[in-house]
Structures are given as C-alpha cells and as structure tokens.
Write a protein that binds this ligand. Structure first.
Ligand SMILES: [Zn+2]
Length: 507
C-alpha cells in the first residue's frame, strides 16, 4: 500500500489539456477554501437521511467535467487556504511534512495556486516551511514576510503570480488573515512579520495593474475583511475568499470588486464564468456547486480514487478503534455553553484532578454524531493535539473569567469559555450582565483561594484573550487534550451530554 501511494504521489501536476476550442477573453475560475483535511464524503447531518457529500473524488470529478465543457486553457483553479487541521489525514507525515498528504490531491486535481491560511501554522512554522517547499502549486501571500519585513516567509512563497489563460494575463495575489497573532504559537509569531493586508495588497495591485488584464485576490481573511478591502483598495476585479467558511450562493459586489467564497470542508465548489475585455470583467456568472448528493455521481480520476482509498485504509488502521457509543448528538456552539464543551472540560478535569477545567469553543471542530465513537471521531473534534496542562488561578481572577462568560452569552458574541467544576447564576441589570453567585464544586467561590485549572496549551499561550492573567505555576501533563478525550471516552463507554447547565441566567 505504501508503494502504491508513492507511485501516485510521484505523479505531479500535469496541466489537463481538455476542453472546447480556445476562445479569447472567456475565463473560468474554480475555487475551494477551508478544506481542513477533509477528503472523504461525510454525512450531511443537517439533511434528511444524512446523505454523504463532498470528498476529493467528487471534487475531482466536478473539476474534470467543468474543464471539459469550457474552452481549452481557460480555467484557473484556486484554494483560499486552511488546507490543514481537521481530520487525522493532516497529522500524517507525507512529503516531508505533517499535512503533506494534501499535496497529491491539489496537484493531481490540477490546482494553480493557493493562499496561506492561519491553520497552516498549527503544526509550527518549520512544518509549514517544509509543507510549501515540496508543494508543486503556487503558494501565495502578499503580507506574510520574514523578520526583515521584506522577503517572503516561506520557501516557494510568492506575493503574487501572473497566469496566462484565454489570451489574458491574470494577476493573482494572496492574503493571510491579520488575526494570525491570536491564532498561532507566540514563539513562531516572533519569527515572522505580518504586514497589514491593505498595504501589502495595494502594493501588489499597483505593480500588477499595468501589466495584467485582470486582478484576482485569493484571500484567507474572511468575508467582512474582504468587503472592507474591496472598499479601500481599488483595482481588484475578483476576491476568491476563505476563513469565514461562508457558503456564498451569490457573488457579492462592493464598488467594482466581485467577492465569492465556497463554504468549507470540500462540500462545494465555486464556479465563476467571466468575460474580460478592456481590462475589466464585462460579464460574470457565478454558481456555488454543491458536491452531492442530488445529482448522479460523476467519475473521479483513478489517481484520486486510489489516493482516497489508500489513505482511508491507512487511517482506519490508526484511528478506527471503537472507544464508545454516543446515543445522541453532542453538539457545539461558538457563543455559549454546549454539550461538547461540557463533555471535553469534564474529560480534562477527570484526567488531571484539577478543581476546574476550561476549553476554547473555537477549538471544538466537529460534533459527535449519534453512533460509534472511534479515535477518528474524537480526533475530528479536537484535532489540534494541543498539550494538556494545569495551572493555578486566584479565585478573584477565576470570577472574572466567569463574568466574561456571562457577558459573552448576553452579547451573543464569541469568547465564551466552556468550564467544568464551576457553576454560576447571572442576570442582566441596566443592560449589562452581572454575576449573582459562583460556586467551585459545592462551595462558594473564595476570591482569595488558589484553584487548580486544567486546560490546553492554546489557552495558556493566548492567556490575555482567554484568562486575563498569566497562568501561575504552569505544568505539563505529558499528554494532549485529544489523548485525555480518548481515555475519558473509553472509561465512560457511553458518551452523553453531562446535561447540567453550568451558567444559569435568572430574570
Ligand atoms: Zn482560517
């Protein structure tokens, strides 16, 4: 099986020579974003009968079909980043890096370029450098720089690249989210310069404008930021976006810039058909094509089918072990308490014997669906492999964390930290959230006491944002949060929502 994989991986990016006779000025841009290691069809839990959708094979088949029905050499295929972290696939070391398994997919389907996302940094900057070094498609980011602020940060990284299609010169720029500082390790962040997107993109637009017919920005900055950028940087014809996981059914338009984005996890493919003349888009037709389940399955290439099956077999061996059963869904919620948030914090407290446990809602990456729970199920929920740590906190500071939860819930915004070992009641007075009562275990919170806390290394690294005070007496446990979840699932056998609401709003 390994030999077979190597043989397939060895076949690099052959630009497909299919399609109708060439036509000048007609261009098709296909795009994906935020694939996050998803490569198999997955059950759509929000659809009746939970049909399987997405997956590399389906995506490959759609791209082939679209290429065959467009003029030859008129198609560009982009990915707007966050290729990594989300399934066990991107934990394998392939092609010299963790995540390198993704290369063969992007290269075989024939992608032209991609923009670096924040999750590409999850396994460290050195890993990402190894990832781009052996990647055959064009790696883009205009604002990621080395410590000198000038040179590209990564091997093979370009700020922009000019492609020739349909007799047109298409300038393609990349952009990476400015929020990177709060989303990656501090030590790695100190090894790079992150320019503000507006300045970096504007410089590239000015450079490319005189020598190109069309300017496309492949961006991993999220839809709101794309819209702002379109307002402040003239000259971008089209933004192919990512990061906010937005399935845009229609292209949006801000000033003279079109904006599109194709959801996430390879469940859909964006299709932009353009007519370009006199340096601008004169006609645009956009479709967000769902990858299943409604139409007849299309035929994927042999390479992609083989790749998918080989990885599925290999990962089944590594992650297929059945640990427990989930009788009902354990879901997530970014802005408040959720069953999965309660479950994982209980697991961390159980693993360490700490008074309290906390987890970040943004770190819960998948729901646990009813049925068998395997290592793979838990890996998809907690894919970062962050270290499980303990630290100490003063009661008064813990109370502030709890208050922030009440405020986040009241304002319906992000920042709620799932907790275990703490319960509280709160209410709204004069439009503001206030705490009425906080208990640690069965006793009222003592503002002067020191409590022990179990959490993951992401939270302690980002303590300003999440804890508010530096973690005291920080200790490693030697295991990851995912490993603690595996142990707890095995022990429980049946995964149910702990059910006790930890924060209760009183009128
Ligand atoms: Zn992202």
């Amino acid at each position: 099986m390994i030999l077979l994989l190597l043989a397939v991986v060895g076949c690099k990016h052959a630009a497909p020579e299919v399609g109708l006779p060439e036509v000048g000025g007609q261009l098709t841009i296909l795009h994906t974003n935020d694939i996050h290691g998803h490569y198999l069809p997955e059950p759509a839990e929000w659809l009746d009968g939970r049909p399987a959708i997405g997956g590399w094979a389906r995506l490959d088949a759609e791209v082939d079909q679209l290429r065959a029905t467009r003029p030859r050499k008129s198609v560009l295929l982009f990915d707007a980043g966050d290729q990594l972290t989300g399934t066990p696939l991107t934990d394998l070391v392939v092609d010299g890096s963790r995540g390198g398994a993704m290369h063969a997919f992007f290269e075989t389907v024939g992608y032209d370029a991609w923009a670096v996302g924040n999750h590409e940094f999850d396994k460290g900057l050195d890993n990402l450098a190894a990832y781009t070094e052996s990647f055959a498609i064009v790696t883009l980011s205009a604002n990621l720089r080395g410590t000198d602020g000038v040179s590209p940060l990564l091997p093979n990284q370009q700020f922009s690249h000019v492609f020739e299609r349909s007799g047109l010169k298409v300038g393609v720029i990349g952009a990476t989210t400015e929020k990177l500082a709060g989303l990656m390790s501090r030590a790695d962040f100190a090894r790079l310069t992150l320019l503000d997107v507006e300045t970096a993109v504007k410089a590239e637009v000015e450079r490319l404008d005189p020598v190109t017919d069309l300017i496309v920005l492949v961006s991993h900055i999220g839809l709101d930021s794309d819209e702002r950028l379109a307002r402040f940087v003239p000259g971008i014809d089209l933004i192919v976006g990512g990061h906010s996981h937005t399935p845009m059914k229609q292209a949006s338009r801000v000033e003279n810039t079109w904006i599109v984005q194709a959801g996430s996890y390879g469940r859909s493919l964006g299709v932009v058909d353009l007519v370009v003349s006199d340096d601008r888009i004169t006609k645009l037709r956009y479709e967000l094509r769902d990858l299943g389940p409604h139409d007849a399955p299309r035929e994927a290439s042999r390479e992609i089918t083989q790749l998918t099956e080989d990885y599925a077999d290999q990962l089944e061996e590594m992650f297929g072990e059945e640990l427990a059963e989930a009788p009902i869904l354990l879901g997530r919620d970014y802005n408040r308490e959720s069953p999965l948030g309660r479950w994982i914090t209980d697991a961390l407290r159980d693993a360490t014997g700490a008074d309290v446990a906390m987890y970040n809602n943004g770190g819960l990456r998948a729901d646990i669906l009813p049925g068998k729970v395997t290592r793979g199920t838990l890996f998809n929920c907690f894919p970062f492999g962050n270290a499980l740590q303990t630290f100490e906190i003063r009661g008064a500071d813990l109370q502030e964390v709890v208050l922030k939860n009440a405020i986040a819930e009241h304002d319906q915004r992000r920042g709620f930290l799932p907790l275990s070992g703490v319960t509280w009641t709160w209410r709204v007075r004069s439009g503001a959230a206030e705490l009425l009562d906080v208990k640690v275990g069965a006793s009222p919170l003592d503002r002067d006491r020191i409590y022990t806390v179990a959490t993951n290394s992401y939270i302690t690294e980002q303590w300003e944002k999440h804890i508010g005070v530096p973690p005291l007496n920080l200790q490693e446990t030697g295991q990851s949060d995912y490993e603690a979840a595996v142990t707890y699932a095995k022990k429980s056998r049946s995964l149910v929502d702990p059910g006790d609401s930890r924060g209760v709003k009183l009128q």
